[in-house]
Ligand binder design. Sequence first.
Ligand code: DAH
Length: 355
Amino acid sequence: MLDALKDELLSQVNAAADLSALDEVRVSALGKKGRITGFMKELGNLTPDERKERGQALNALKDEIAAAIDARKADLAAAHLKARLEAERVDVTLPVRPETEGRIHPISQTMDEMIAIFAEMGFSVAEGPDIEDDFHNFTALNFPPGHPARDMHDTFYLPDAGDKKMLLRTHTSPVQVRTMLNNKPPIRIIAPGRTYRSDYDMTHTPMFHQIEGLVIDEATNMGHLKGCLVEFCRAFFDVDDLPLRFRPSFFPFTEPSAEVDIGCSRKGGELKLGNYGDWLEILGCGMVHPNVLEACGIDSTRYQGFAFGMGVERVAMLKYGIPDLRTFFEADLRWLKHYGFAALDIPNIAHGLTR
Ligand code: DAH
């Protein structure tokens, strides 16, 4: 009789199609009200000899069914895992789906391109805080107190908090100061970042981006400055014979100072970069003023070098034909879709910087 029960239960175990069906079989055989449990309860009615024999047989049956359930459980779990792995299979060798929605903002892309070029020339990237003090943003850069150049910066001042006058940095030049105060020459850094001025029209937004460059050692001269910027502009705009014009200018923190124009044509309302006889200003630069070196603890009789500063939006607009500066910060997804860059299209010199 127990043999018949065993065959019946084993076939139920093997027929269980999933874990919950298997558990039903387990409860019906081994649960509190299960069939084997029922027989166990009846053992008390038997004579001691009968009880011994029957008890052993029931225990053996119980163990065999329990083992069969465990084995079936393992099979079902393995089959379940296999089915799930099949269903969730991912081919990691597939190219990115063309419908990928995210885009890299042109500012991020342009900064990455600039960093890639300067990194190739041996510059490293330095950073400083957006909230600066008057010393780093102006005084150490040779803007004397009350100097009219301070007013030209349309500075956002923060409410007075203690002895230091705090402000939103109006340019990335304070990173020059921080770098020179904390490092000994030779120095060769670029500093990309956000800058702020209280101004808003077609060509100005209250927050914008600059990239600053600084090279300090014992021998660097204006010729190196020129070579560096010519090389950068030709690589960045991808025009091999792009002409550059260095025009004398004034900045408190450089002497001599220059503004740099690149060659272009504006014929027919279209802007083209190259040797066409017209000029467009793109950056400021010069030899670091001895007063700045001294304010930063660098011996100006031994060390010298150059600096430059460039507007990131401005060169991005030129390179990618974006007409209105304000659109950069409107967070319009249609604009980003049009002017943005694919997420995996990371700029580097070897693969080219343009799409
Ligand atoms: N800081 C200047 C500005 O925002 C740009 C600049 C000009 C930076 C000349 C320089 C430099 O480092 O040498 O207008």
